[in-house]
Design a binder for this molecule. Structure first.
Ligand code: FES
Length: 184
């Protein structure tokens, strides 16, 4: 009994302070949540940025190659019977092609007034063939392939004749129809 003569029980213990964010056990789920949120946001950003970029790189490789008529010079520039090299722009240059977008053909003006254009690419492995006017042959420097003047195989490893581009004359100019390489 105390001095006042009271026998009341002692004061109850003060309530425990509310838990605070510094409690390690409770911080863990929050950290995990923000970590996952950050990962998800990063992944979403990568998809948003990456998909168009990959599409930009891949689309030119899979789309159908268009064919275009390209002027290679006025008709009177070409002498009958001569075979000369002409260059023109590929129909489907990739955005990053640069100068490699230009391709070439061996163009011959024939006796009947028409034109024949041979691909410069050897049908073996694609090396550029050279026209040897004296021998009237196309020679491939890579593995010794030889083609006759009409593009047929004369010797060596080429499995097929040289590809031929369609040619036409419009408004006094010779035009070549671009084609996918290698020729089908
Ligand atoms: S690439 Fe022409 S013979 Fe091989």
């Amino acid at each position: 009994m105390d001095a006042a003569g009271s026998d009341a029980s002692p004061d109850p213990a003060p309530p425990a302070p509310p838990s605070t964010p510094t409690n390690g056990a409770e911080m863990l789920p929050r950290r995990r949540f923000f970590s996952r949120l950050s990962t998800a946001v990063s992944a979403a950003a990568a998809v948003i940025v990456g998909v168009p970029f990959i599409g930009f790189l891949v689309a030119p490789l899979v789309r159908r190659v268009p064919r275009e008529w390209r002027a290679v010079g006025p008709v009177d520039r070409f002498a009958v019977g001569e075979t000369v090299s002409v260059t023109f722009q590929d129909a489907s240059p990739l955005p990053w092609s640069g100068v490699t977008a230009r391709t070439a053909a061996w163009l011959r003006r024939t006796e009947d007034g028409g034109f024949t254009a041979f691909s410069v690419n050897c049908t073996h492995l694609g090396c550029p063939v050279q026209w040897i006017a004296d021998a009237r042959l196309f020679l491939c420097p890579c593995h010794g392939g030889v083609y006759n003047a009409d593009g047929t195989v004369a010797a060596g490893p080429p499995p097929r004749p040289l590809g031929e581009y369609p040619v036409r004359v419009r408004s006094g100019r010779v035009e070549i129809l671009t084609s996918p390489i290698p020729f089908a």
